[in-house]
Design a protein around this ligand. Sequence first.
Ligand SMILES: Nc1ncnc2c1ncn2[C@@H]1O[C@H](COP(=O)(O)OP(=O)(O)O)[C@@H](O)[C@H]1O
Ligand SMILES: N[C@@H](CCC(=O)OP(=O)(O)O)C(=O)O
Length: 253
Amino acid sequence: MAKKKVILKLGTATLTKNTEFISRGKIEEIAREIHALRKTHSFIIVSSGAIAVAKQFVNLAGKQSIEVKQALASIGQPHLMRIFLEVFSDMGLFCSQCLISYHDFEHADCRQNIKQTIDVLVENGYIPIINENDTVATQEIQFGDNDKLAGKTAALLGVDLLMIATNTEGIYKNFDDVSALETIREILEIDDVLASVSEVKSEQGSGGMSSKIEAARIAQDAGVETWLVNGHEEGFIAKAVNGSSTFSKIFAK
Ligand SMILES: Nc1ncnc2c1ncn2[C@@H]1O[C@H](COP(=O)(O)OP(=O)(O)O)[C@@H](O)[C@H]1O
Ligand SMILES: N[C@@H](CCC(=O)OP(=O)(O)O)C(=O)O
């Protein structure tokens, strides 16, 4: 039976466990999960976290400006990949780096190149780790387009599932009332949930829930289902796959 192809988007909030540091332990846990599912699922990862890694050991003046964030991403990206390579190879998993920008999807030749490269990697058992090429594009640093980059990639590759890990159990109906948070579990019409989405975002995340919804819309239009899951929960991938966690499922059309 063909393996289920999954794009797993890991946000900064997931990889840092909401702290100021990338959690090697979280990446180890994700590697264990991917290893456990390797016979039935193949994974393509879209990972943020380059800026967060860099902030751990450099202190550039003007940390909030876009160009400093781009420089931080350039400093942090090789370290982020080093951590993935070290941790994944300990589990016998091979990974590779793909830096893509949102604009690349506007060009037919670039789209074809992205698809061909990733297809070859996956066919050969590699786990591509995608991040935005922050030196040439600033969309995602500004607007959290790593979510949309994941959506665009899911649509281009025609994967079976887009799984976006964040720091909530999906989309809450009543986000403003922390005492009674309730996940919207099944969504067919994305427009119906827009009123529940606030522009609030986590400390280090840049997209917030609205960019995840936009990613889900891109996937939905391409016939791909999206799950918004809580990456902070231990074993979140397996729990979502076997249906034992609470998350939002946005159906394909
Ligand atoms: N209706 C909602 N349900 C859940 N989270 C919401 C909602 N509206 C806004 N959010 C915000 O979206 C955040 C997740 O996005 P983000 O901070 O970009 O994280 P990540 O780093 O995982 O991409 C949540 O922590 C929360 O603050
Ligand atoms: N390319 C940046 C991604 C920033 C970003 O989109 O973050 P997030 O909202 O956590 O997915 C980085 O690696 O830090």
